[in-house]
Design a binder for this molecule. Sequence first.
Ligand SMILES: [Ca+2]
Length: 169
Amino acid sequence: MNSGDTSGNGHSTFPQISSDGNGHVYVAWKDRRNGSNDIYFNYFFVDGIVNVNDSVAVHPIAGTHQWSSDTTDCPDGFVGKFSFDVEIKSRSDKPLSDLAIQIVALTGGNVLMVADGESGNGGTTLTVPEEGSYSDGELGPGESMVVPFDVCLKQLKPFELSVDLLGKK
Ligand SMILES: [Ca+2]
């Protein structure tokens, strides 16, 4: 997501600004520095929402993964699901709040769901459901929680998924 060019030099044109409601503001613009009309993105955080990857340990839980032809809650056009549980454990000495999962990459045209009604692929930010030790809206020092990940699959094939965890600390 980081274009690496924030200085405004060169031939950037047509900036567009949008927000996803989770503390991100996205700035997109066309840029001719490579001789083509590529779209570059940059973003910054507002309201204290930051990347908290360094404050948490995020692990898929061994043995919880399963393939299925069940497409319940998936959009049309999917053939199955790959499901697994993910543990999010705080390594911070302060409570974490406003947790969200930002999908950095998800290949194959697949879609990740982590809570009722929220799904997306690369670039999407999904709210972490307030359950378990996070039901009070804070993941305190030493607390951990389990988030079920369901990936709706275009094909029953392996894929790559990469996420960042966002929140306030
Ligand atoms: Ca808590």
